[in-house]
Design a protein around this ligand. Structure first.
Ligand SMILES: NC(=O)c1ccc[n+]([C@@H]2O[C@H](COP(=O)([O-])OP(=O)(O)OC[C@H]3O[C@@H](n4cnc5c(N)ncnc54)[C@H](OP(=O)(O)O)[C@@H]3O)[C@@H](O)[C@H]2O)c1
Length: 264
C-alpha cells in the first residue's frame, strides 16, 4: 500500500507510527508545512517527508488527512485535480461532513470519514468509520488500516457525533474512573504509584475479559459477586450514589453539547 499522511501533527504522527510499526505501507509520504520535526522519519527508507501535498498525492493511493478543520477545505481544493480511481480519501477531521468533502472534490471519489481516539498513539484506538456511496467499497480496506492501530467499526454518518462522545470524549471519561479508583486505593493504603498500577491494569483486564469472551458485563459481575459479600455491597452502594445514572447523564450532556455546536 502506498499511503500519504497529509498533516503530520499529533494525530497524523500517531497514525504514521502505527502504519510503520505494523509494516502497513510499502511507501509512505508524510506532509506538513514545516517538516523539520518529522525529517528523522526518512531514516525508515520507505518514507518521504515533504511539505508538498501534491507530490504526496501523486505518489500514493491511500490519502489520510489529519489537518485542522480550518485548513482542510483549501488543502482539498489544492489537490483535487490530481485525484483519480486509485485514490481513497480518508479524513480524520472532526465535524467535516462527507457532503462538504463531496462539494469540493466531487462525489465520484472514494471518500471515507474516520474518527479515531488518542489511544491510536499506543495502537489501541476505537475508530469509527463511514463512507460516501463510492467510499463504502473501500470500508474494508480502511478498516484493515485502522485495525492495525486498534479496533474499528463502520457506522452511519449520522452517528459520527454520538461516536465522538463515546470514543473520543470517552477516553476522558474512563481516565476519570481510573483516577477515582486510584484515589480509593490510596485511601486503602497503597501509595499513589501502586494505586494507579492496580487501577489501570484492573480496568485493562476488565475490558479484555469482555473483548475476548464476548460476554455481557453482568455475566462477569456475577462471577465476582458472592451473595452477601463485599463486592455486591460496594457495587450496590455505588449505584445508590448514582454511578450508572451519572455516567449516562454525562454522556447525554456531552452529546447535547456536540449537537449544539453542529447546529450553530
Ligand atoms: N488528536 C486527536 O486525538 C484527534 C482525534 C480524532 C480526530 N482528530 C482530528 O484530526 C485533525 C488533526 O488534529 P491534531 O490534533 O493532529 O492537529 P495538529 O497537531 O494541529 O496537526 C495538524 C497538522 O497539520 C499540518 N498542516 C497544516 N497545514 C498544512 C498543509 N497545508 N499541508 C500539510 N500539513 C499541514 C500542521 O503542521 P504544519 O503547521 O507544520 O504544517 C500540523 O502538523 C483535526 O482535524 C482533529 O479534528 C484528532
Amino acid at each position: 500500500m502506498k499511503i500519504a499522511i497529509i498533516g503530520t501533527g499529533n494525530l497524523g504522527l500517531s497514525i504514521a507510527k502505527g502504519v510503520l510499526h505494523s509494516n502497513g505501507a510499502t511507501n509512505m509520504y508524510m506532509t506538513k508545512r514545516n517538516v523539520e520535526s518529522i525529517k528523522e522519519f526518512e531514516s525508515y527508507g520507505n518514507v518521504t517527508v515533504t511539505s508538498d501535498n501534491r507530490i504526496a498525492v501523486q505518489n500514493s493511493d491511500i490519502l489520510i488527512f489529519a489537518v485542522q478543520p480550518s485548513h482542510f477545505g483549501q488543502i482539498l481544493e489544492d489537490i483535487k485535480d490530481l485525484l483519480n480511481e486509485k485514490h481513497v480519501v480518508i479524513s480524520t477531521i472532526t465535524g467535516f461532513s462527507i457532503a462538504k468533502m463531496e462539494s469540493i472534490i466531487g462525489a465520484d471519489n472514494y471518500i471515507v470519514r474516520s474518527m479515531p481516539n488518542t489511544a491510536i498513539s499506543v495502537g489501541k484506538s476505537m475508530t469509527c468509520i463511514c463512507g460516501n456511496e463510492k467510499g463504502r467499497k473501500r470500508i474494508d480496506l480502511t478498516k484493515a488500516i485502522f485495525n492495525r492501530m486498534g479496533h474499528s467499526l463502520e457506522i452511519p454518518e449520522e452517528q459520527m457525533q454520538a461516536a465522538t462522545v463515546i470514543c473520543a470524549s470517552g477516553i476522558a471519561f474512563w481516565m476519570r474512573l481510573i483516577r477515582a479508583t486510584t484515589q480509593g486505593a490510596i485511601q486503602l493504603g497503597f501509595d499513589a504509584k501502586e494505586a494507579q498500577e492496580l487501577a489501570m491494569h484492573t480496568c485493562n483486564g476488565a475490558a479484555s475479559l469482555l473483548i475476548e469472551s464476548g460476554n455481557h458485563p453482568e455475566e462477569e459481575i456475577d462471577r465476582v459477586t458472592t451473595p452477601m459479600g463485599c463486592t455486591i455491597k460496594g457495587l450496590n452502594e455505588m449505584e445508590h450514589q448514582g454511578l450508572s445514572s451519572s455516567l449516562i447523564r454525562g454522556i447525554v450532556a456531552s452529546f447535547d453539547k456536540i449537537t449544539e455546536f453542529k447546529t450553530k
